[in-house]
Design a binder for this molecule. Structure first.
Ligand SMILES: CC(C)(COP(=O)(O)OP(=O)(O)OC[C@H]1O[C@@H](n2cnc3c(N)ncnc32)[C@H](O)[C@@H]1OP(=O)(O)O)[C@@H](O)C(=O)NCCC(=O)NCCS
Length: 328
């Protein structure tokens, strides 16, 4: 297999990579929507917050058979590289996954990283492959989905009313699109609250957020063709930002939305803000994005509090992912 590293301008390689990702997805996780060319191009051009993964494609006499990615950040976790490997279902158990992984581990070492993470759906192949390569399972994450045509809106409204009765000290605000510059510093503090979410046995450090990184995140997500909706809570007495939740709606497939961070700053926990923010988001999106069919979200399996909120508003499990790590 010939392994080629490429960038977002290489449309042929991008299409080959997409072909592998979707062939694997159809077999390994049929509940997942196929990736799109625009989505993948945006992913490798803009990343999550401006830092981009590097994609690879593996060709067997010109036919794409494997895909790979490596991600590292310079903001924090300088010891870590996160990699991904997908092999076309018709070409498995021929050592191609191993060859792609080795290429990615070489790149991780070249970047000075000493630890590598990889994830896969909770299945025999990812478990066997990870174990074979010396990775240990360190965490698990659950994907849940809220189907808006099945949501019990009376429950959402009741939960919002109950939560707002408890959270009287907070004003709830909505914003579509960018955060103004003068609020970015405070938004970074708010975003840092995500570091309190459980990371189980993963050897990872707290993420470091700054105004610049928040700007990078919003710029990247908008450039990728998402509409961004943020609901946040401000403590009336001090004016502090107490919590937020962010949902992105795909422009290309406006019936699909993705839950990003929901976080409440420690000093403001215990006032039902999590539930209030998420129910408020649901009611706002029903009004302004009536075409929306579903919202997908990810949580560490051990994140009881957030999962409790999600269960209450009708999110249902669609998949379980395992996260593995090893030191190099
Ligand atoms: C996991 C995956 C990348 C493996 O690709 P592959 O090309 O079949 O892997 P290899 O042929 O290099 O396998 C290397 C070893 O991994 C283990 N392994 C791979 N698939 C396995 C399976 N289905 N069951 C048990 N062990 C498996 C075996 O030890 C195998 O060696 P062997 O074939 O000599 O027994 C492939 O199944 C895939 O694309 N899955 C979906 C994406 C994914 O989950 N990627 C990340 C997994 S951590």
């Amino acid at each position: 297999m010939e392994i080629l590293r490429f960038g977002p301008d290489d449309s042929d390689r991008l299409a080959q990579h997409l072909e592998i990702v979707n062939a694997a997805r159809a077999v390994d996780a049929p509940w997942e929507h196929p990736a799109t060319l625009r989505g993948q191009e945006g992913r490798f051009r803009h990343g999550w917050d401006g830092e981009v993964e590097t994609p690879y494609v593996g060709l067997d006499e010109g036919t794409p058979v494997a895909a790979g990615q490596i991600a590292t950040t310079d903001y924090d976790n300088l010891h870590l590289a996160w990699v991904g490997v997908q092999v076309h279902p018709d070409h498995r158990r021929r050592g191609l996954g191993t060859a792609m992984l080795e290429e990615l581990l070489t790149e991780a070492r070249a970047r000075g990283r000493t630890s590598v993470g990889i994830d896969g759906w909770d299945d025999e192949a990812p478990r066997g492959f990870a174990t074979r390569h010396g990775f240990e399972q360190k965490s698990s994450a659950i994907e849940r989905r809220q189907r808006l045509d099945e949501v019990d809106w009376a429950t959402i409204e009741r939960l919002r009313a109950e939560a707002s009765g408890v959270a009287k000290d907070y004003e709830i605000l909505r914003r579509e699109g960018r955060t103004p510059d003068h609020e970015l510093e405070e938004l970074a503090l708010l975003a840092s609250a995500i570091n309190d979410a459980p990371t189980d046995d993963l050897d990872i450090e707290d993420e470091v957020f700054s105004a610049e990184r928040m700007r990078g995140y919003e710029t990247a997500q908008l450039a990728r063709g998402h509409r961004m909706f943020r609901v946040w809570a401000r403590h009336r007495e001090t004016g502090e930002q107490a919590g937020h939740t962010v949902v992105l709606v795909e422009e290309e497939r406006p019936h699909l939305a993705h839950q990003h961070d929901t976080a409440v700053v420690r000093a403001h926990r215990g006032h039902r803000l999590g539930l209030l923010l998420k129910t408020e988001m649901n009611l706002w999106l029903r009004e302004v994005q009536p075409q929306l069919a579903e919202i997908s979200t990810w949580n560490a399996e051990s994140n009881d509090h957030m999962i409790g909120v999600n269960d209450a508003i009708g999110y249902r499990v669609v998949g379980r992912e395992l996260e593995f790590q090893k030191s190099l």
